[in-house]
Write a protein that binds this ligand. Structure first.
Ligand SMILES: [Zn+2]
Length: 382
């Protein structure tokens, strides 16, 4: 009895070792994706396990190389032509002995930022490779600051923030309509309504399908000198019956209720889903800012945020069912600018069949943009 128990135990031991080595060998690249932003290109590898890598860059021709260890290729895509200002092609080459080489053929030298993302919801392990054009990044920032400097006296600036983007699709409808696409469409329509406006100027935080970290969106608003920041979203719920529009403002003390807290947690997960590579310097607090002054600013901003939220709810009644009759509060990262009145609008529930149908329709998107524009105009008039 003793010996057979000993044998079976050691068999289990061998099995565990075998399984373990299989698991180590089994890291597979299942997909390769690409996103294009104004100042960077992003390549994402889907993986069955986290992997080791060594990276290098060369200037002539400009290329970045990643040697990935302990992996096999599972994706059918071995080569991808890319139509982008920064990249022309990506290739994955199997080197044997569990090594795969990723070659990024660039149009110019770029800075590499590589970081892993853990599985979340339906997303597997990922390796994110950002190729940043630092000169372009600086140019974009300077252009935002220039827009603020050249604004005629008395004009108001509104920064419209289409939520999510790129790796982060946001909430998804039963017909697979993605939040990131709808919010971008409405935001573009909204900005278009102000093109001829002499008193109110509007800017977008993102102009395409790429991800911007939440803190970066606030920074952009500040560079534009925003007088109002409006983040556009579509709500999502496990309850397919949940529907209607709602507006959220920042709360420093606590959420309106558990549902508001859950929603804020979900929206804040955007950084994890979308892949936020935050450079420590950009996140450092300004030591010159006086805390009392900051609190005063925050109080005033929050009062103004509520004023906008209530104005919008009054107008939104006319186009969609309201989920809640008044504005709600929670700890949303994207609303945290102490000096800029900020509101987060959940236009409708994309997870509700009827709301999804509305959100997908051009006519509703236009009505939503018109309603937001009317509320913005009234906000600055009062
Ligand atoms: Zn959202």
């Amino acid at each position: 009895m003793v010996s057979s128990k000993y044998i079976s135990l050691s068999l289990i031991g061998i099995l565990i070792i075998l399984l373990h080595s299989v698991a180590v060998q089994a890291a597979m690249i299942t997909e390769i994706r690409f996103w294009s932003a104004p100042d960077h290109a992003r390549v994402v590898l889907d993986l069955t396990e986290p992997i080791q890598y060594v990276s290098s860059s060369q200037e002539n021709p400009p290329q970045s190389h990643l040697e990935l260890k302990g992996v096999t290729l599972f994706t059918k895509r071995r080569e991808m032509e890319v139509n982008d200002p920064f990249l022309s092609k990506m290739s994955l080459i199997e080197l044997g002995e569990g090594k795969v080489k990723l070659i990024l053929h660039q149009k110019r030298p770029l800075n590499l930022n590589i970081f892993p993302l853990k599985p979340y919801q339906d997303k597997p392990h990922r390796l994110v490779i950002d190729l940043v054009d630092l000169a372009e990044e600086k140019k974009e920032q300077e252009e935002r600051q220039r827009q603020n400097e050249i604004r005629p006296k008395g004009t108001k600036v509104v920064v419209i923030d289409p939520g999510h983007g790129g790796e982060d699709p946001g909430a998804m409808g039963p017909r697979r309509t993605m939040e990131k696409d709808i919010v971008l469409k409405v935001s573009e329509k909204l900005v278009h309504l102000f093109v001829q406006d002499k008193e109110i100027r509007t800017f977008l935080t993102r102009k395409g399908d790429y991800f911007i970290p939440l803190e970066q969106r606030i920074k952009m608003a500040r560079e534009y000198g925003a007088d109002l920041f409006v983040s556009l979203h579509t709500d999502g719920s496990f309850n397919p019956q949940a529907r209607g529009s709602s507006v959220y403002c920042l709360s420093l003390s606590g959420a309106t209720d558990e549902a508001a807290k859950i929603l804020a947690d979900k929206e804040n997960m955007s950084n994890v889903l979308g892949g936020a590579f935050l450079r420590p310097a950009s996140m450092a607090k300004d030591p010159n800012l006086n805390q009392i002054l900051l609190d005063l600013m925050q109080n005033n901003s929050m009062k103004e945020s509520f004023r906008f939220a209530e104005l919008f709810l009054g107008d939104a009644k006319g186009i969609n069912h309201l989920k809640y009759p008044s504005s709600r509060q929670a700890n949303f990262i994207v609303l945290k600018a102490p000096d800029i009145p900020s509101a987060l609008v959940e236009m409708a529930f994309i997870t509700n069949k009827e709301d999804e149908r509305l959100l997908s329709r051009n006519e509703f998107q236009e009505r939503m943009a018109n309603t937001l524009a009317a509320s913005i105009r009234r906000y600055f008039k009062q």
